[in-house]
Design a protein around this ligand. Structure first.
Ligand SMILES: Cc1ncc(COP(=O)(O)O)c(C=O)c1O
Length: 410
């Protein structure tokens, strides 16, 4: 029998060691995992197999927006699991339809395709706009994307991701992508060709180091769309769904996308991806053009509907803005004491602290003291806690972080 809980062995520590040893033997080693075996989560806290608790400011990489195991999400999953776990897209599934209707109302876009992850949502989006291009006279449609972007690990999404280090060993990648510097208006204008069908951008880059599209650049994107008839595709997989203080990050700019991708937080912790588009663009997907077995699964959609209820009832986007501003100001204040902090940036509860050196060791120092944070782009510590994190939990996180910074300085 495979042991999956610490209760069935002598001590939590032994169980933890066993899980890590077996993991090294039986799992492919494609992740640099930290020595933490997660057993339980509640709100902004998680527990390791050895019984220690941690304040979770990683949130499963911007997934657990309502906190771990929110009772409404748990109840929705249980209820749906007792009714119908899987149906198939050969048939109509009410939870899927209800979720699509809700997302359409929230976003102002018209139709939705469901899949299982952010990479899949981007993959579907790439196919959608390419087909749209072909139907509009482009024989080799091109998509423009930006330096330090991240769109996922499948081949199409990886080819769109303008980070050459992530391509190594996986060439040849699909063609049809043009990569240009982020927030560079001249490069944008110069990159448009008769084959350009779409521009793919994260309104706030997450993996790339928490970099926001400037207002001027967003206006230039809108102007290019107007002048050249290209589509704007917003990858809101990480920055969407309340994280930056609005339901969608694009709202702040007043520029509506033609196509948008969501994932991460949407399933309340269960895997889901969503591609949304304007009706005219969505219409190029016809029966047989694209699909997936599990996309829009009833349990996942029930969880997502519950997550959206929680977002509304607990005003999570507004909380993200208020608590995010509080946290950002406190982090900025740390710069005076710790000059190796170069910049604090981001919005809402997607915040990045850039250091003048690698920040990887700081993750371990925080973890030792009971705080989970993440390091991205080598020098950036990212805070992505649940959107309902309280001020006192943020204060606790800050106290640990400050202490870890002191040790990091030595
Ligand atoms: C902006 C963005 N797009 C796409 C993805 C890929 O999502 P997934 O890991 O669910 O495939 C990520 C993941 O970090 C992301 O941040």
């Amino acid at each position: 029998m495979v042991e999956t809980s610490p209760e069935s062995t002598t001590t939590g520590m032994q169980y933890k060691d066993q899980v890590m040893r077996d993991g090294q033997q039986y799992l492919m080693q494609n992740y640099a995992r930290l020595p933490l075996v997660l057993i339980r989560g509640q709100g902004a806290q998680v527990w390791d197999a050895d019984g220690r608790s941690y304040l979770d400011c990683v949130g499963g990489i911007a997934v657990n927006s309502a906190g771990h195991c929110h009772p409404l999400v748990v109840a929705a999953i249980k209820k749906q699991a007792e009714q119908l776990i899987h149906g198939s897209n050969l048939y109509w599934l009410p939870q899927q339809v209800a979720l699509a209707k809700r997302l359409v109302r929230l976003s102002g876009l018209d139709q939705v395709f469901f899949c299982n992850s952010g990479a899949e949502a981007n993959e579907a989006a790439i196919k959608l706009v390419r087909k749209y291009g072909h139907e509009h006279g482009k024989s080799a449609p091109e998509i423009i994307s930006f330096t330090n972007s991240f769109h996922g690990r499948t081949l199409g999404a990886l080819a769109a991701t303008a980070q050459p280090k992530l391509w190594e060993g996986f060439e040849p990648l699909p063609g049809g992508f043009v990569h240009i510097p982020f927030n560079d208006i001249d490069a944008l204008r110069a990159s448009i060709s008769p084959q350009t069908v779409a521009i793919l951008v994260e309104p706030v880059q997450g993996e790339g180091g928490v970099n926001e599209v400037t207002l001027e650049f967003m206006q230039a994107l809108a102007e290019v769309r107007e002048t050249h008839g290209v589509l704007l595709m917003f990858d809101e997989v990480q920055c969407g769904l309340g994280r930056t203080g609005e339901m969608f990050a694009f709202e702040r700019y007043g520029v509506q996308p033609d196509v948008m991708m969501l994932a991460k937080a949407l399933g309340g912790g269960l895997p889901i991806g969503a591609l949304l588009a304007r009706r005219e663009v969505a219409a190029v997907f016809q029966p047989g053009t694209h699909g997936t077995t599990f996309g829009g699964n009833p349990v996942v959609c029930a969880a997502a509907l519950a997550l959206l209820d929680v977002m509304e009832q607990e005003s999570l986007p507004a909380n993200a803005e208020v608590i995010g501003n509080y946290l950002k100001d406190k982090l900025k204040a740390l710069r005076q004491r710790f000059p190796f902090i170069k910049e604090v940036r981001g919005r809402g509860l997607l915040l990045g602290i850039e250091f003048d050196r690698s920040a990887k060791r700081l993750v371990a120092l925080c973890q030792e003291a009971g705080l989970l944070v993440n390091c991205t782009a080598d020098k950036v510590i990212r805070f992505m806690p649940p959107l309902n994190i309280t001020r006192s939990e943020v204060d606790q996180a800050l106290a640990i972080f400050e202490d870890a910074l002191q040790r990091f300085a030595c």
